[in-house]
Unconditional design. Structure first.
Length: 184
């Protein structure tokens, strides 16, 4: 098990003015339903979680485009839990461990699994819910990063990936890296 924060207490923030309001976060949830998860990365120094997603065409609210990829940026992250497990035909779970820097490769190897909403505002997994322990676990000692959560539970063949993060600010960026608002 790797501690992804290495005892760091301070943290970064998403760009000022780009963070979503509570109403925008609520409108974002349907956009995420059915989206393909293309990537996940944690930058532990600044405590930023980046998720790269591709919403389905019918749920993409930002107009016609050839590139529907979006990036969700959560910051500052106070809690990060990841469990990668292989589930046998008999239901046994084998926890697979990896380093924080390998998270990008692990998610890419799942080959774009689809999200089943809801993912925002969900509780932290109970001990033993995903596996006896986590593949990656990080908890900051800083007092911030507790207002919002994201929880993904993805499947690809016999692999299951659970990813949970707690943070304060949520930002959405388009395929060009520009912050976007969630339309009403």
């Amino acid at each position: 098990m790797a501690d992804v924060f290495g005892g760091i207490g301070g943290g970064g923030q998403a760009d000022d003015g780009a963070a979503l309001s509570d109403a925008e976060v609520a409108r974002l949830e349907p956009v995420l339903d059915g989206a393909a998860v293309l990537g996940a990365e944690l930058e532990p120094t600044y405590r930023v979680l980046a998720l790269t997603l591709e919403p389905t065409a019918e749920r993409y609210p930002w107009g016609e485009t050839d590139d529907r990829r979006i990036q969700l940026l959560g910051s500052p992250v106070s809690t990060m839990l990841v469990a990668l497990r292989r589930v046998g035909d008999d239901g046994t779970k084998e926890l697979l461990t990896f380093e924080q820097a390998q998270l990008v490769d692990v998610v890419a190897a799942l080959d774009g699994p689809r999200i089943a909403a809801p993912v925002l505002g969900r509780p932290e997994p109970r001990p033993g819910e995903w596996a006896p322990r986590f593949s990656l676990e990080g908890r900051s000692t800083a007092p911030d990063g507790t207002a919002r959560t994201v929880r993904l539970e993805l499947e690809a063949g016999d692999l299951k990936l659970g990813l949970f993060a707690r943070f304060d600010e949520l930002e959405v960026r388009d395929a060009n890296g520009q912050p976007v608002r969630v339309p009403s």
